[in-house]
Design a protein around this ligand. Structure first.
Ligand code: 5AD
Length: 347
């Protein structure tokens, strides 16, 4: 096992079989060995800096019906909201004052936010915050729409691939949602020139070690700038309400492997990790992650943007979310950076 990890650190990829074996035969000793290597590589590229992204949850309306997600269209109990342009801009202002230089506008696939409305919002943020990165996370759109958002000033786009195995994709999404559409959207984003974020959940129903090995190979090949992974967490009002949550330990292990696969990548220590384990986000940073995404959304909307049960920070404001996270970051020996936090070039 130690040999395979050494090999991965040098070659940045492995065979499907080797990845699967690593995932299936993890031990605490192997974990420690991997995490030490992952930290060494992360520090070679990013030193002790942790990059910040301010998350603004602009709408929880969604036309999709993903089996795992609390804001799925079929969840009649979700109390729906959308933020106004003025509210989004005031979140950016507040975030800027707190040191955020990247704003992530995330929402369900909400038809209210037409291309015209989004272009207006993006170009206004671009004008008012010229030194900030604008990231969108609004799901699947056409090439033309992605291009128009990019031309309006968006720099980055987050769209998790969710699973790189078509059969597994079909097990966790309704028949209307196609694996091919997801993959095409990811290709389009890359082609347009976005800094692309992708990723997957760990421990979704039906997921196997072989699926995870396929996810790692997909990412090794697709080479996104950012990779977001977090444990699957059940939501009480979804078809997957009775499935067990994903493993924190396995998520950390995969973060470590991803740092070796894509040494210069941006790896967030995700909110889901912090929900599954109170110290999850520190553990993520110590397993190779280098990005934190505190919530900048107004208190009223946070409690409604619920993808899974037990979301944290739903009563906090932007300043207190940041403060709590900063304290956790400091405990790891790392510190938060005030700049856009672009990915470093490969060495
Ligand atoms: N548990 C964990 N992560 C989830 N996501 C959606 N629902 C859940 C859940 N129940 C993730 C998906 C999506 C991202 C925004 O949140 O991977 O792409």
């Amino acid at each position: 096992m130690f040999d395979i990890i050494d090999k991965l650190a040098v070659q940045h990829t492995l065979s499907h079989e080797e990845f699967r074996e690593l995932i299936e035969n993890r031990t605490p000793a192997v974990d420690e060995y991997l995490f030490a290597k992952a930290r060494e590589i992360r520090e070679k590229y990013y030193g002790k800096e942790v990059y910040l992204r301010g998350l603004i949850e602009i709408s929880n309306y969604c036309r999709n019906n993903c089996f795992y997600c609390g804001i799925r269209n079929g969840n009649r109990e979700a109390s729906r909201y959308r933020m106004s342009k003025a509210d989004i801009l005031s979140c950016c202002r507040e975030g800027y004052a707190l040191g955020f230089r990247t704003f992530v506008l995330q929402g369900g696939e909400d038809a209210y936010f037409t291309d015209e409305k989004m272009i207006d919002i993006v170009s206004t943020i671009r004008q008012q915050f010229p030194d900030c990165a604008i990231t969108l996370s609004l799901g699947e759109k056409s090439y033309e729409t992605y291009k128009a958002f990019y031309d309006a000033g968006a720099d980055r786009y987050l769209l998790r691939h969710e699973t790189a195995t078509p059969e597994h994709y079909a097990q966790i999404h309704p028949a209307k949602m196609l694996f091919e559409t997801r993959q095409k959207a990811l290709q389009d984003l890359m082609e347009i020139g976005y800094q692309v974020g992708s990723g997957f959940m760990v421990g979704t129903p039906f997921q196997t070690a072989s699926h995870l090995a396929t996810d790692l190979l997909f990412l090794a090949n697709f080479r996104p700038h950012m990779i977001g992974i977090g444990p699957f967490l059940s939501h009480h009002n979804t078809p997957f309400s009775h499935y067990p949550d994903g493993s924190v330990e396995l998520t950390l292990f995969l973060l470590g492997l991803l740092r070796l696969i894509l040494p210069a990548s941006l790896l967030p220590s995700t909110t889901a990790l912090g929900v599954a384990d109170p110290d999850g986000r520190e553990k993520g940073l110590l397993a190779g992650a280098n990005v934190i995404m505190p919530n900048l959304s107004p208190a009223e909307v946070r409690a409604k943007y619920i993808l899974y049960d037990n979301k944290i920070g739903t009563h906090d404001d932007a300043a207190s979310s940041l403060k709590k996270i900063a304290e956790r970051v400091i405990r790891t020996g790392y510190h938060i950076a005030v700049h856009r936090g672009d990915a470093k070039p490969e060495k």
